[in-house]
Design a binder for this molecule. Structure first.
Ligand code: NAD
Ligand code: GLY
Length: 366
């Protein structure tokens, strides 16, 4: 098992990465000193697969768990689901010292974390991420929240979990498309922070796609280390933390204009990162060889790198991007790369350049 610590003073916590961790959930919760009553929030798919073992381990450790199951998929990340969860927490008589276990992917983690942050002005919560994306990104760092029709993650909070358990055995049942979507966040860490990780991904992608246990453990742990380092320096995104949003301005816009139905989050940010690499080549000096390597790695990972938009869709995309949280004084700000492993944030880019990068000439990689 690998351990990564997130150093945030009194709000510090541990991320455990390895096989068989779900079976120890109860013991680990007991170690971090949580109240007796708890609720597991999960979705229909994950609930079917692992709610029972999660429930049983909590009972064995002396806790009194209940279960809330939300529909699977991005549309569950809504204020309506938050309301449903609040009502059920009230029915289950959760108290100030009770806690919530978020058992599932990023949707469940973001939703359950937001519910935990706000119910009774804050309950402790534990993340048990079951998708690759959630293990390397969303379960770590305390961003919790839900979507509005107008845009992604527009309502939320910074609220850290007390513990994160990344059980790599849960990867076995993850559908192929979801696994590949998680790779989009994995590749992101190489681009924004760690050129060696990027080179490793270029080399080990076939093993990763086969979900080789050793490769997966090392890569998930490295991603968690990077996220922990960034979050420890800038928990509430005053500056540095923005680098974690490379490719997300366009990605979130694509998700919003397609009503969260066409692209998985990882797919949308795959397109967003390829476009951001093109913008970087045009404005922040990203060598064209690096832009090509980025494009090639997303392609080899089986992720989309291009979207065809008609003029009306393009207008809607620009409008959606205006709601991005990085907009400052009404101007879009981008996170861009100077080279693989070195990133800058707060970059102004003209609409003309964004149009060109979204719709490159046939001679450039798309
Ligand atoms: P998801 O939570 O929708 O899970 C993907 C699908 O896989 C769902 O259908 C789910 O039921 C199913 N599933 C989950 N685990 C499974 C397993 N082990 N076996 C079989 N099926 C399983 O999607 P996601 O990609 O995990 O998360 C995407 C969300 O995360 C987006 O809303 C995104 O905005 C958010 N996100 C948040 C942060 C953050 O810092 N909070 C960072 C990145 C992404
Ligand atoms: N996923 C972006 C962040 O956690 O800041």
């Amino acid at each position: 098992m690998r351990i990564v610590n997130v150093s945030l003073g009194q709000r510090s916590y541990t991320i455990k990465i390895g096989g068989g961790l779900l079976a120890q959930l109860g013991r680990d919760c007991a170690r971090v000193n949580l109240g007796n009553r708890c609720v597991i929030i999960t979705d229909t798919n994950v609930g079917r697969l692992v709610a029972k073992p999660a429930f049983d381990t909590l009972v064995r450790a002396g806790f009194s768990p209940s279960l809330i199951v939300v529909p699977a998929g991005e549309t569950a990340k809504s204020l309506q689901s938050v309301q449903t969860c609040y009502n059920q927490l009230a029915e289950h008589r959760l108290e100030r010292k009770s806690f919530i276990v978020a058992l599932g992917g990023g949707v469940v983690g973001d939703l359950a974390g937001f519910v935990a942050a706000t119910y009774l002005r804050g309950l402790a919560f534990v993340q048990v991420p079951t998708t690759l994306l959630a293990q390397v990104d969303s379960s770590v760092g305390g961003k919790v929240g839900v979507n509005l029709k107008a845009g992604k993650n527009l309502v939320g909070a910074f609220y850290q979990p007390r513990l994160v358990l990344c059980d790599l055995d849960t990867m076995r049942t993850l559908p192929e498309r979801e696994f590949r979507a998680g790779l989009a966040e994995v590749i992101k860490y190489g681009i924004i922070y760690d050129a060696r990780l990027f080179a490793r991904l270029e080399r080990d992608l076939p093993k990763l796609l086969q979900r080789d246990a050793g490769t997966l453990a090392a890569v998930v742990a490295r991603c968690c280390e990077i996220k922990a380092e960034v979050v420890a320096q800038d928990e509430t995104e005053g500056g540095l933390r923005a680098i974690l949003n490379f490719g997300h301005t366009i990605g979130h816009g694509l998700e919003a204009i397609s009503h969260y139905g066409r692209f998985l989050h990882g797919e949308a940010i795959s397109i967003g990162q390829v476009v951001a690499a093109r913008l970087s080549a045009a404005t922040t000096g990203l060598p064209s060889r690096d832009a090509e390597r980025i494009y090639n790695l997303f392609t080899r990972a089986g992720l989309p790198t291009h979207v065809k938009l008609n003029p009306a869709q393009r207008r809607r995309l620009f409008a959606a991007m205006q709601l991005d949280k990085k907009v400052s004084n009404g101007e879009l700000r981008f996170v861009l790369a100077e080279r693989i492993g070195k990133i800058v944030w707060g970059q102004k880019v003209s609409s003309g350049l964004i149009e060109q990068a979204l719709n490159p000439q046939p001679s450039t990689p798309d």
